[in-house]
Design a protein around this ligand. Structure first.
Ligand SMILES: Nc1ncnc2c1ncn2[C@@H]1O[C@H](COP(=O)(O)OP(=O)(O)OP(=O)(O)O)[C@@H](O)[C@H]1O
Ligand SMILES: [Mg+2]
Length: 351
C-alpha cells in the first residue's frame, strides 16, 4: 500500500521520534490526514482479521507477532483469526467494547491462555502455554500490570517489588534493596516503601504494581486497564508514567483500555477489536481522523467512530437491536406473529 493509513499493520515512525512524543505538548499541532486518504487506504471489502498474514515492511522490528489467533470458550469464538505485530519501543493500545476479547488477547500473548489456533511470538520465542520452563524464562523479560495491581496484601510495597528479584535472580540482598528503591522512585513511591497495600490509595496501588512489573527490567510491559477506577488526574498520572517508561527505558508496551482520553494520549498505534475480530490497526492519527470525521463512512469505520465518540446511535446500537431480543422473549419469529390474527378465538365455534 503506497500511502499513509492502511488498515493492517503499518510502518511506524522512526524509533527515535515515536508518534506520541511529537504531540505531547498539544494535539492541535498535529496534522490530521484528510479522511478520503484514510478511507481510500481501507477499502470496504477488506476484512483484516481474515486476510492472509503479510508482514509489513518493518516487521523485522516486531517484538510481538500474533498470527491467525483463534480462541474459543465453550464453543463460543472469542478471538477470530487475530493478526497483530507490536514493534520494538512502541506503545500499542488495544481498544474495543466490553467482551470484545481484549483481555483474552492479552492473556494469549503472555501464555496464560492456550489458543485453539494460531501462534504468538514474543521476544523471538514462540509462546507455548504448555512449556512451563520456557514461559518462566520469558516471564523474566516481560512485566504485567493487572487491573487490581495484584499486590500481596501481607507484604509491604518494598517486599512486593523485591519478590520477583528474589524469585528470579541470585542477587545479594543489598543489591535487591537498591533496585527496589530505584523502581519505587520511578513510580514516585520511594517514601511509601514500608506501607502495606491497604494503607495506600487505588492509584498508588497501580503505581506499586507497575514498580513490581518493572522489577526485572522487562523489555515488554503489558497493562490491562491501567486507569480503570481511577479519578481523571490519577489516571493522567498513570498515562504520563507509561509514556515516561517508554521514553526512559525504551520498553515496548501493550495497553488494553477503553479509556478514550488515555488511549489517545499514550498510543503510537491503536488496534481496535470488535467481537473477536480485529477491525483496524493503525497509527493514532488514523483513529483521530475517523473520530473527527463528519462524512458518511463505510461500516467498520462508522462503527469505530461511534465507539470513539461514545455515541448512543450508530452501527453498534443497530446491531444490538437486531439480535432477536423480541423474538427471544416471545419464542417465535416476528414474521410469524405478523401473519397471525391479532385475536385468536378462545372457544370452539361449534359449542
Ligand atoms: N475463562 C473464560 N471462560 C469462558 N468465557 C470467557 C472466559 N474469559 C473470557 N470469556 C468470554 O470471552 C469474551 C471476551 O472476554 P474478555 O475478557 O476478553 O473481554 P474484554 O474485551 O477484555 O472485556 P472488558 O472490557 O469487559 O474487560 C466474553 O464474552 C467473555 O465472557
Ligand atoms: Mg478485559
Amino acid at each position: 500500500m503506497s500511502q499513509g493509513f492502511p488498515s493492517g499493520d503499518t510502518p511506524r515512525p522512526p524509533a527515535s521520534t515515536p508518534d506520541h512524543r511529537e504531540h505531547r505538548g498539544g494535539e492541535a499541532a498535529e496534522s490530521v490526514p484528510a479522511l478520503d486518504a484514510v478511507t481510500a487506504a481501507t477499502p470496504q471489502h477488506e476484512t483484516p482479521a481474515h486476510r492472509p498474514y503479510m508482514p509489513g515492511p518493518q516487521s523485522d522490528d516486531a517484538v510481538i507477532r500474533v498470527e491467525g489467533l483463534i480462541k474459543r470458550f465453550q464453543g463460543q469464538t472469542v478471538l477470530d483469526g487475530i493478526n497483530l505485530d507490536v514493534n520494538r519501543g512502541e506503545t500499542m493500545v488495544i481498544m474495543g467494547g466490553s467482551g470484545s476479547g481484549k483481555s483474552t488477547l492479552l492473556r494469549c500473548m503472555i501464555g496464560s491462555l492456550r489458543p485453539e489456533e494460531g501462534t504468538v511470538r514474543l521476544l523471538d520465542r514462540t509462546v507455548d502455554p504448555e512449556d512451563e520452563p520456557g514461559l518462566n524464562e520469558l516471564r523474566k523479560q516481560f512485566g504485567i500490570l493487572f487491573q487490581s495491581g495484584a499486590l500481596f496484601n501481607s507484604m509491604t510495597l518494598r517486599e512486593n517489588v523485591a519478590l520477583p528479584l528474589q524469585e528470579h535472580t541470585s542477587l545479594p540482598a543489598r543489591t535487591i534493596d537498591i533496585m527496589v528503591k530505584i523502581k519505587l522512585e520511578l513510580v514516585g513511591l520511594r517514601e511509601h516503601a514500608d506501607k502495606y497495600p491497604s494503607q495506600i490509595s487505588g492509584g498508588m496501588k497501580k503505581r506499586a504494581g507497575l514498580a513490581r512489573a518493572l522489577a526485572l527490567d522487562p523489555q515488554v510491559l503489558f497493562y490491562d486497564e491501567p486507569s480503570a477506577g481511577l479519578d481523571p488526574v490519577t489516571s493522567a498520572e498513570i498515562d504520563q508514567l507509561i509514556i515516561s517508561l517508554s521514553q526512559q527505558l525504551g520498553v515496548t508496551s501493550v495497553v488494553v483500555t477503553h479509556e478514550m482520553h488515555s488511549a489517545f494520549t499514550i498510543a503510537d498505534r491503536i488496534a481496535m477489536l470488535d467481537k473477536g475480530r480485529m477491525l483496524k490497526v493503525g497509527p493514532r492519527r488514523y483513529f483521530q481522523a475517523i473520530r473527527d470525521s463528519e462524512e458518511s463512512l463505510p461500516h467498520d469505520e462508522a462503527l469505530i467512530r461511534q465507539f470513539l465518540r461514545g455515541e448512543a446511535e450508530g452501527p453498534i446500537t443497530e446491531r444490538k437491536q437486531s439480535t432477536g431480543y423480541a423474538e427471544d422473549l416471545l419464542g417465535t419469529p416476528l414474521a410469524d406473529l405478523a401473519s397471525r390474527p391479532s385475536v385468536l378465538p378462545t372457544r370452539s365455534r361449534g359449542r
